[in-house]
Design a binder for this molecule. Structure first.
Ligand SMILES: [Mn+2]
Length: 430
């Protein structure tokens, strides 16, 4: 039995007050879904099994290029971060794993494993960092890492990735995510082809170090911190990388790493079709890589992404097993509240996508009935699935209203007293 940080009595009491209304809402929605030929319990069962990983860096307060305003009770180290992640999992029951960032979260792997298992948490993908210089690092990444012109710097970056794999092996992780800041700020600064060739050669060395059963995720991003070109700038380049490296290499899609208006759901479909979709970094954005809470700006886009995922899931696409992770920066909200609600938003998009009448949709597509085809998607999207999500949480021991239970528990005030404010800390802009 794993430990609970928030008092189970408090959660029970809060749930008890909300349960009668939830049961009525669930029954009413169940009746309406039944009329559409959908069994509500089957949807709830799937939602219960749906999980999204929490990034360790997400529980700290983020920042912008201009400033970072630390929040009260911020985690001081990875062990505090694991406790915050345990709170998110306890109340949502949707986030059973944590994704670590090395070197930010570097600690004795056995101690890390012990700290997480206390709360029943596991570890998701390991994230390497060659986009900033670690303390006492021999060679700088100012002008790149895996694509750097200097062989010694590339070697150092490869070794760092191999070290992340080693740590991950002890933790029970099964994937390495590589995102690099490599690129250029000025035309002519780098030779595009040579830089990409150096990157591929370096990644081949990292790939060779993958243990059996592991996956390697490469993450594309069109700009920032390099503002003229990046080495892994788009999904096409990302696909080439995954193809070049081999069967264990997949593309990771961070929703914020595209130009405004790009059709991300179509990218997702392409990567599924060619068996190279590795997983997601969920977040939302208005202008660039804003790292806002999932579903906060364009929930319909999130739904459309899940429409593609559910389509692949239901059609039994071979090898389809994408990783789900949040990747956000919380500048003005309590990160725990944002992450709880974001996990729920991702679940919501999944539940809505499960409601799409796929047989009807196919018929409308085949008969070129554009209006009814798009209305079929809208009918699923317009359905308020909150009772399904809340019932899934209640059934698995979470909170019907995670934010209300969290606030009632006074967790933030409690940790603010225990964790004195520290200067600096790592940002969350990745
Ligand atoms: Mn990301």
């Amino acid at each position: 039995m794993s430990e609970s940080i928030i008092s189970a009595d408090l959660v029970d009491k809060d749930n008890g007050a909300r349960k009668p209304n939830l049961e009525r809402d669930y029954a009413s929605l169940g009746e309406r879904l039944d009329r559409r030929g959908i069994a509500i319990d089957a949807i709830r069962d799937k939602v219960e099994k749906f999980a999204v990983a929490i990034p360790s860096w997400g529980v700290g307060t983020g920042g912008t290029r201009f400033a970072r305003f630390p929040g009260a009770g911020e985690p001081r180290d990875i062990f505090d971060k694991i406790e915050d992640c345990a709170v998110i999992q306890q109340l949502t029951q949707a986030t059973p794993t944590v994704s670590l960032h090395i070197p930010w979260d570097k600690a004795d792997p056995n101690r890390l494993k012990q700290a997480a298992s206390r709360f029943g948490l596991g570890f998701d993908a390991m994230n390497s960092n060659t986009f900033s210089d670690a303390k006492d690092q021999a060679l700088s990444y100012k002008f790149g890492s895996l694509s750097h012109a200097d062989a010694g710097t590339r070697r150092q970056a490869v070794e760092h990735n191999l070290e992340c794999i080693e740590i991950g092996k002890t933790l029970g992780s099964k994937a390495l995510t590589v995102w690099i800041g490599d690129g250029s700020n000025f035309p002519g600064q780098v030779n595009f082809a040579k830089a990409f060739e150096r990157y591929l050669d370096a990644m081949k060395e990292v790939y060779a170090g993958l243990p059996a059963g592991w996956k390697l995720f490469s993450e594309h991003k069109m700009y920032e911190p390099a503002f003229y070109s990046t080495v892994v700038q788009d999904w096409g380049t990302n696909y080439m990388i995954a193809r070049e490296l081999g069967d264990k290499a997949f593309c990771l899609v961070d929703l914020g790493h595209h130009a405004p208006n790009v059709n991300i759901e179509m990218i997702v479909s392409r990567l599924i079709q060619f068996k190279k979709l590795g997983g997601f970094h969920f977040n939302d954005s208005k202008y660039g890589d804003d790292d806002l809470d999932a579903g906060s700006i364009d929930p319909y886009r999130l739904f459309l992404v899940f429409n593609e995922l559910v389509d692949a899931e239901l059609s039994g696409t071979e090898g389809f097993d994408p990783a789900h992770m949040l990747d956000q920066s919380h500048n003005v909200t309590d990160p725990i509240e944002s992450l709880m609600l974001s996990a729920v938003e991702v679940q919501r998009a999944y539940a809505q996508a499960l409601l799409v009448d796929r047989k009807a949709l196919e018929g409308f597509q085949d008969s070129n009935d554009a209006l009814m085809a798009t209305q079929t998607l809208k009918a699923a999207y317009r359905t308020d699935v909150e009772p399904i999500l809340a019932m899934a949480r209640l059934k698995t021991g979470g909170a019907i209203d995670p934010v209300a239970a969290y606030r009632a528990a006074g967790y933030r005030a409690k940790v603010a007293a225990e964790r004195p404010a520290v200067a600096g800390g790592s940002g969350g802009i990745v």
